[in-house]
Structure formats: C-alpha cells, structure tokens
Design a protein around this ligand. Sequence first.
Ligand code: ATP
Length: 898
Amino acid sequence: MNETFYHGETVDTVFRKLSSSANGLSGQQAEERLKQYGPNRLTPQKKQNPLVMFLLQFRNILIYVLLAAGLVTALLGHWIDAWVIVGVVLINALIGYVQEGKAEKALDAIKDLLSPQALARRGNKQVSMPSEELVPGDVVILQSGDKVPADMRLFSVRDLKIDESILTGESLPTEKKSDAVAADASVGDRSCMAFSGTLVTYGRAEGVVVETGDNTQIGRISTMLGTVETLETPLMRRLEELARTLSIVIVSVSVLLFLFGVLARGYSLTDMFNAAVGIAVAAIPEGLPAIMTITLAIGVQAMARRKSIIRKLPAVETLGSVSVICSDKTGTLTRNEMTVRSLAFSEAIYDVTGSGYIPNGTFLSDDRQVDHQSIEAIMAIARASLLCNDASVRHHENQWVLSGDPTEGALYVLGMKAGYDPEAERDEWPRIDMIPFESEHRFMATLHHDHRGHARIYMKGAPEVVLARCATQRNAEGDGNLDLAYWEEAMRTMALQGQRLLAVACKEVDPEKTGMDFSDVDGDLVLLGITGMIDPPRQEAIAAVKACKSAGIRVKMITGDHIDTAKAIGTMIGIGEGRHAMTGSQIEELDESELEDAVLRHDVFARSSPEHKLRLVKALQARGHVVAMTGDGVNDAPALKRADVGIAMGLKGTEVSKEAAEMVLADDNFATIASAIEQGRTVYDNLKKSILFILPTNGGEALSILFAIALGYTLPVTAVQILWVNMVTAVTLALSLAFEPAEANVMQRKPRNGDAPILSRFILWRILYVSILLMIGTFGLFLWYERAGYSHEFSRTVAVTTLVILEVFYLFSSRFFVTSVFSRKALTGNPAVLYSVGILLALQALFIYAPFMQKLFATQPLGPGEWAIIISAGIILLLFVELEKFMIRTFFKKTDMQ
Ligand code: ATP
C-alpha cells in the first residue's frame, strides 16, 4: 500500500478502501486480516552475529597477555603449556559467551512482559486487546497517555495532541485534526494521522488503522530503534574501568618483576618469563565482568517474578540506595475498589450499604432504611452518576466486573442501587458531547439530550472545583443559594473518615446545543450533592510501609485527593500519622529553598498535581535524597524521568508513564516497591559478595608467586595451573553467589550511600586479609612439601588443591558479609553453593587423577594424608575469617561492608 494514500483522502474514502466503518471490523474480518497482514509488531533487529559475539570475548587485555605468553611459550618449545594456554583462553571465551547470551535472553524475556494494550472497537463494542492483534481497518480509540499502536487515519478528534519527536524530532506535541491534508504533506504535517510509537499527550480521538507492523512509518525507519540496551550499569562500568587500570598495573609489575628476577636475582629467562606470566594471570580477575553480568540478570529475573519489571538496568543498583519513596495513593496504597458510602444533600445525609461493585445495597438515614425511590435528591444524583460516567459493571462468571475507572464504577453501582437500569437510562439520555476527566482540571462534564426536546449538562469532580462552578444548590422545594459553609462542614466530616469526595452538579441548556466547552460549565450550575466513597487501604501496603521505615526509607504519599481524606488514609497506612499535610496550593506558595525544608517535614501531600510531583522530587534530591517516585498519568512523565527511580503502574498506568519510568509494577502495588528495593539491595550485595570472593583469590595467587620469587624459590603454582584454578572457581563457586538470597538484615540497614565507593575500607581490608590467608595456606603447604623432599610437581599439586579447597571454605564464609556462618542456614540456604562445590570437587579430582590432565597440567595424584591436611587448612582459614567477622561485629557494630 502506498503511504501517501490516506492522509490526502476523506475519512469515508479511507473506510471504503479498507472495507471498514466507524463501528470497526467484525471479529471474523479481523481474524482473516491478521492472517493476511501478520501481527502488528516490528521485526526484531537482527542480533549480533554469534561468531562476532564470540570473538568479542577476546577483546580483553588479559587475553592479549595470555596469547602473547602462549606464543612465547611455543617459541621456547613448551608445546603442551602453549596448547593449555590456548585451550583455556578458548574455554574462557566460550563460557563468557554462553553466560552473556543467557543473561541477554533473560532480559529480552522481561521486555516481552511489557506488551502494550490498545482500546479498539470491534463489532461496535469497545474491547481492550494486545496491540499486536490490530489489523488495517480496525478502529482504535486513543486517549491521553496512550502510545499510538499503529499508523492511523483519525476521524473523530477532541483536542488531540501527540508527541511525535521519535519520528520528526519535534519536541513540542503536534495538534491533530480529522481533515484531510495535501497529498504531498511531510510526515510532520500530516495532522489527520497518528503514527505508531508516538505518544498521545492530551485529548482523545478515534482513528482507523491503515498500516501495521513493519509497514508503519516507524517500521520503515528501523535505525531509530537501534537503541539496544547494553548489559551495563554504572557500577559495572566503574568496575570494568578498575579492572582495566588494574590490568595495566599488573602487567607493568610483571615486566618489572621479570627484569628484577633476571638482572638482580640471576633467574633464567625462561623461569622468569613463566613467573611474569604467572603473576599477570594470577592477579587479573578475568571472571569478574561475566559474573557481574549474570548476577545482574539473575537479579532482574527474580524481580520480574516478584512483579517488578526493570526497564533500565542501572535502576537495579539505584533501588538499593533509595532513601525516599513518593507514592500515589489510589490503587498503589489503596485497593482502588471504590464503593459509595455516603451522600450529602442540602437537607440530609444518607449512608449507602453494600460492598465492592455488587449492586445490592440500601440507603439509610440515621441507621434506618429509607424509601429512596421517593427521595428526589437521591434519584437525581444517581441518574447523574450513571450518565456522567464512562465505566460499566457487568455480571460475569458469578462476579461483578468493572470495566473503566473505579471511581466511576462506584458511581455506576450507586445508580443501580437506586434502581436504574443503566443501559435504558443511557439510551434515554444519549450523550452528545463531553469534557473528559483530566487530573489537571479534576472534573468531567457531559452534554445529554433526551427524546422529548430537553438538553442537560452533568458535571462531576473534586468538590472545590465543582462548587466553584455552581451558583445554586438543589433543595426539596426548588433551587436555592449555595450554602458554602454547610457543604464545607459536610465534606470535612466525610473526608475525615477517609472518604473520597465527588460533587455532582447539573444545568439545563438550550435543546439546540450540540457541543460544549469549558465556558459552558463556568459558574451557573446547580449542585445536586456530594458523594463520599471508600477505597480501603491494601493490607500488604501497611506492612510494606513498616518494612520501608525499618530500612531507613521514608514513604511520602502524593495524591490528588482531598487533604482530610489523604490524612485519614495516611494514618490508616502509617504515613505521616497525625502530622500536618500539605496541599498543592501550599506548595505553590513556597520558593525552592522553602520547599526543600517543607518536604522534609511533611509526608502527606494532597490535592497535588503532576507539576508538584516534579518540584517535590527536585527538592528532595537537592537535600541529597535518592528518590523513587510512582506515577501513572501522562503528566507524571517529567517527575518519573527526574526521579532516581521512576516507577510506573503496569495495570492502570499510561504508556507514556511507562516509557518514562525505570521500573514498572506489574500489579500497581506499593508492597511490590518494597520488595523491589529488597531485591535491589540483594543484587548489590551479591555483586559485592562476588567481588569479595573473587579478588582475594587473585590476591592470594599473586602474593604466593611474589613471595616465592622474593625468597628465591621455584614457583608454587605454574601459570597454566593458575589459569585452571581461576577458570573452574569462577564458573562454579563465584557464580553460585549470584543466586544468594537476601541476608536476613537486608531491610534493617540504612540505605546505601549512592556515592560511596564499592571498594569500601572494609572490603579492601577483607580482600587483603583473605589474600594473605590464602597465600599462607598455599605457599606454606608448598614449602612444607618441598622441604620434606617431594617433587616440585607433587608440591605444586598440593598447592593448587589447597588453593581450591581454601576457596571452597571461603565461599561459605562469603555468603554473609559479617553474620556468622555457623548456622544451618549457611549450609542449606543456597543450594547453588552446594551444587557448585560438588562440580568443583569433581573437576579438581579430574585435574589430579586423570592421566591426560596430569600430562597437561603436570599434576600428581594426592593421597588421603594430603587431603586431610588440606581440608584442615580449609577449616583453619574459615575460623580465621569468622574471627575477623566477629571482631567487625563486636568492635565496629557493622551489619554489612559499607
Ligand atoms: P492519586 O494521585 O493518589 O492516584 P487520585 O486518584 O485521587 O490520587 P486524581 O485521579 O487526580 O487523584 O483525582 C483527583 C480528584 O479528582 C479526586 O479526588 C476526585 O474528586 C476527582 N476525580 C477523580 N476521578 C474522577 C472522574 N472520573 N470524574 C470526575 N472527577 C474525578
């Protein structure tokens, strides 16, 4: 199909060409077209060629050193060693390749969890469905916050604005109309089209899909989508830089050592060459980057299982240092299951019974049921509630299911409780026009005509907004002046019970009137009454707020609701109990530095809009806080982007907010944020634990060689043996730490200081301490056997095995930073540790006893006596490390290694 085809055509022509209509396609038509056109998705970009990815594993200074060493070894005629080096390099690259592939797959799978939905009309019924199933001819309804799911020709447009920057680079949203434009208009000027991937920032429209999948504009400019997420986070980048610097230092030291050995000590060239290579191989933590990647990927997967979907990897790290969470109220802290509980009229207040969306309930006055059908005020507000409403509630499979906004669902149910048949009522008073609800203006208004020549506007919204637009109130004997003081008192009573308030008003208008705008609802409406609805707190949110508090994280509630409602709900949940709350207008009165003070003193912010959220984030950040902020609306995007961790709602959130966020909550639940923070802290811990585990290995090996040379001994372990140890311990032991569950105290610690270096004083000390212990064990036993007259080969086999076994013991200790390892949990808490030890022992047995390995690595079989001694050394090492932990616990009162 030709792309210039649609924007120059009238809507009717477009419908005709696509054999569709404003009622949409039938289910069968859609099915046939889906077969013909395929799913509405972009063909994923080709992954990098596997061979290239494999070769990229060699782009590493250590590998260059090793290959050079291999070459020289070959030139010296040590063919076996040369082959072992090449073999180990290849195996290392292969392992890196496989692990990276796995990590990438895991992350891809998580991206798929975020498949967007579209609101379409099929067979004249509105259905929400996966965007992937859209076909040309489908009618789609766009609302503010949506991501346009396909290229569409618009036909019914209400104040629609679309951010098309991804296509045109234009950062200001474009206004859309339904009139055809010139056939040669450029993409940016096709104002009657909405293009796939662009974002609706305002208004509402309907359009017919003209192109899907790769045929859309965005599909053609595939290079625009080339933003592949790298498997990197700031911490990993820092570590990689560190590793690079370290490598250069180590290589320089090796060269100096070589010169020193040859010139000052008179070692032979070959010996010193081996020693220099040994040092380089020993000291460089080659396994570390791969372990980091896999730890991160495993952490992200674990989070997804617990309903937090990470969109941007660095968020995993930031989550661990979050010190303030700013959360929405409705749906996140509360259940978002609204039920109208009370009705306030000018002359009486009624309670409404019933629960959830079940349309059974009665109306009570002073606890006594009333005959509501005879009460004009109740019937009027109930009818208005049904008409000024986009939601519906149906009986489906034995329960009442809501489709649409819960606030409106509650009002719909109110209408049914009053005895109206919603469909009949909506047929009798068809809607002619509307002003949709937006959280900026906090009301919704609709224009209706009946079939007897009457026209009426209904309006519902936040009471202060509606009251400001009313001149009169409905009384039993007719309309009278608005008694503001009365209404304020009534509202206060309702709000203090935690009820969400909505005022309802109406106005008779000229029957000729067929359209409406803001000027039609500006001052002369009649207030019908105020509804108060409850939205119970989520039980799990109460527990999660508590958990956050003990983890040193402050929770703030930012809501569009009334201040008294917000305070009452806050108290139920444990946020800002009893303390003052602030409103959006109070925020507006403060300048930046006043706000910075105020934001620390308050935990509940009511009647606030998205711009306030942005200011609050900035104020908190200015005071050094790391802020997580939730949001769902299109206007929340700037605050989400600004926050250190922007969190969007997976269920009720707009696509725009999801795009702006670092993380998406699959269940919209506050408790999920707390669990994500716990996971974030755990992932960071595990990254640190693998560093704590891997670096001493390198340190111990390097020190052993340095000592041997300094003391004039032969090498206690050869370069190829070191390669062996590093390789097998990295893929078994170190990897198992990635599966480490959270430490018991992870949510009792204060948030991590985001600027603190990963290699804290404690970590550096532990690395040095364990390096020395490993060196003493390895070199000590080597010396002992040498002195006892055993061959170099035998003594080295003892040394290598000691190194491996000491690491096994150290692994158990590394599972907890400072908590003692002498517990049952230490043995059973992480099965991966046990498997990895099993595999390692099998490999080490092969290394010692298999004849071909003996030949390759110059090893000799050990007897039970040697094993007993080596295992005893392991136990001693464990005791020494635990002693150090005990000291840290007792003298420094530390619970982690910050
Ligand atoms: P939160 O920010 O915690 O999610 P919220 O959902 O209460 O809070 P908004 O959706 O901005 O915030 O609602 C603000 C106010 O607007 C509500 O207190 C209510 O009075 C009014 N309101 C909410 N939904 C509607 C609606 N569909 N039609 C008319 N008015 C509404």
